[in-house]
Write a protein that binds this ligand. Structure first.
Ligand code: ATP
Ligand code: MG
Length: 276
């Protein structure tokens, strides 16, 4: 049966985003929990534009690797609510903070799930553009799902120079800053792979790979490191499969990076993996 906004009881706040608040809510009759993202009707145009893009993508997606949207409520007041599946174990960032760094085996398990999600999105011509630890949600079954489509893009053509500065700049690929040098045949999808590579490396090392632990940089320093520096590499002692997998993700030239479909055949993620 369809759920209406009146059936929901608001519990605690799960997080604040750009212009919206995400609540944990409970369905009064079934006691099922959901996440409810509420954006006020009087929010500015940028926020509303992002929200409509997110709604459009959530309506189109149906994958076990992408956070599921149950309903969208558009209130007469102009407020918009998005009812999503509740991911009860938080984000990969909260897991990193609470449990410490991930082992290779756990990372292979995470990588496989996120790659399945990216492969699904890319097949459906959607570029996420903001893959990072806080946008990858986890539940108690240790399923990892891609969330937060506020800055994503639906490709109408195969090639598209969508290099506007949206997303979190730390995880942005070299070609997003400098498409002429690193873009070759820039197709957008490859920048999600770069962000995934950085995300996995951060979960392994415990800090953002381009910077020493604890440092919060300014935008210019970061952009220089990403565009003019070498891609970050793993420390000594990791397996050959892991090192090779990272190199496939973190090629500076987007054309040399493997696609999500190719990476799903890489030995690092094909081996037996354990749940996190
Ligand atoms: P951010 O800048 O952190 O990415 P945002 O504007 O993108 O913020 P969201 O990511 O959509 O906003 O939501 C903010 C936070 O709410 C998330 O970081 C997460 O902790 C929590 N959250 C969002 N969706 C869910 C969900 N389905 N289940 C559980 N928690 C969620
Ligand atoms: Mg987010």
């Amino acid at each position: 049966a369809a759920i209406s906004a009146a059936d929901l009881e608001r519990l605690e706040v799960l997080g604040h985003g750009n212009g919206g608040t995400v609540y944990k809510v409970r369905h009064k009759r079934t006691s099922a929990n959901y996440a409810y993202k509420l954006v006020q009707g009087d929010s500015d145009l940028t926020v509303r534009r992002q929200l409509f893009r997110e709604m459009e993508i959530l309506r189109r997606t149906d994958s076990p690797y992408v956070v599921h949207c149950h309903a969208i409520f558009e209130q007469p007041s102009g407020d918009i609510g998005i009812l999503m599946e509740y991911m009860d174990s938080g984000t990969l960032e909260t897991l990193l903070k609470s449990n410490g760094t991930f082992s290779e085996l756990k990372l292979a398990y995470v990588a496989r799930q996120v790659l399945n999600g990216l492969n699904y999105l890319h097949t459906h011509k959607i570029i996420h553009r903001d893959i990072k630890p806080t946008n990858l949600l986890v539940n108690c079954l240790m399923e990892v799902k891609i969330a937060d489509f506020g800055v994503s893009k639906i490709m109408c053509r195969t090639l598209d120079a969508c290099n506007s500065y949206v997303g979190t700049c730390a995880y942005m690929s070299p070609e997003r800053f400098d498409p002429d040098t690193y873009g070759g045949n820039y197709n957008g999808y490859a920048s999600d792979i770069w962000s995934l590579g950085l995300t996995l490396m951060e979960l392994y090392m415990g800090h953002f790979p381009f910077l020493p632990p604890g440092q919060r940089p300014d935008w210019a320093t970061l952009m220089c490191a990403i565009c003019f520096g070498e891609p970050p590499t793993l420390p000594e002692g990791v397996s050959e499969e892991f090192r090779s997998f990272m190199e496939c993700c973190l090629q500076k030239e987007s054309g040399k990076r493997w696609s999500a479909a190719q990476l799903l055949t890489h030995p690092f993620v094909c081996k037996d993996t354990v749940r996190i």
